[in-house]
Design a protein around this ligand. Sequence first.
Ligand SMILES: NC(=O)c1ccc[n+]([C@@H]2O[C@H](COP(=O)([O-])OP(=O)(O)OC[C@H]3O[C@@H](n4cnc5c(N)ncnc54)[C@H](OP(=O)(O)O)[C@@H]3O)[C@@H](O)[C@H]2O)c1
Length: 248
Amino acid sequence: MAKLEGKVAVVTGASSGIGEATAEALAAEGAAVVVAARREDRLTDLVERIRDDGGRVLAAVCDVTEESGAHGLIRKAEEEFGSVDILVNNAGVMLLSNVGKSLSEEWRQMFDVNVMGLLYATDAAIEVMKRRGGGHLVNVSSLAGKKVTRDSSGVYAGSKHAVGAISEGLRQELLADGIRVTVIEPGAVETELATHITDEEARESLGGLLQLEILQAEDIASAIVYAVTQPPRVSVNEILIRPTQQPV
Ligand SMILES: NC(=O)c1ccc[n+]([C@@H]2O[C@H](COP(=O)([O-])OP(=O)(O)OC[C@H]3O[C@@H](n4cnc5c(N)ncnc54)[C@H](OP(=O)(O)O)[C@@H]3O)[C@@H](O)[C@H]2O)c1
């Protein structure tokens, strides 16, 4: 039997990259999946693919920076599929630059999506999980949530360090409710994430890393499936995954 039969998962940032691969992997393990992001056309394609493979899936257009939108996403999952057992907080942006270039709109966007979006969705999901006697929160942080490097990533790293701290707080707050918390910390993964960087200097400093054989989104999806398919006594709290060739 598929390991997640009967479970309901919500994946934010599912319109591309790690979120898309994770939604497919969770559905392949039998979970009913709600896929969320802003780009409806991408979600529609994903829903068709998962349904063609026999999966149960729904799309929810949602901007996680809007509290009501994030809460509505969790409500929709419970209304349509009866529960929220797994929330993968994956939506994120990485708009790298050095501070001192007046890119405050980009800093704000990173904290709004990477931190506040995660909190809004988590806040709503916890209410459902407590009522139902358990659940699993998976927060996609980054290697930048552990280490700060000289590649213009200070503000992004700040947002991901916040994800790590919040996740450890959640772990302690929620263990008595049977809610497990996992932080995923990928190194470089081949997705569209870096294509949104507007700062030329930051793009250049990332260039060398992207020449290496970096991870695929499916590699991270496998780690997430591993974390959420362990027996209830096992809480996988942190998984850090680098491409073999990544030096820092
Ligand atoms: N790629 C890497 O090297 C790497 C390394 C470490 C950690 N990560 C983390 O992995 C996560 C996924 O990134 P990715 O690499 O898969 O990049 P990606 O392909 O760019 O995916 C980012 C996802 O976030 C969604 N998103 C962005 N802003 C949103 C908002 N306001 N509301 C809802 N969804 C929003 C995007 O969808 P829409 O634009 O359709 O809304 C997209 O689906 C991020 O948290 C990122 O920080 C990535």
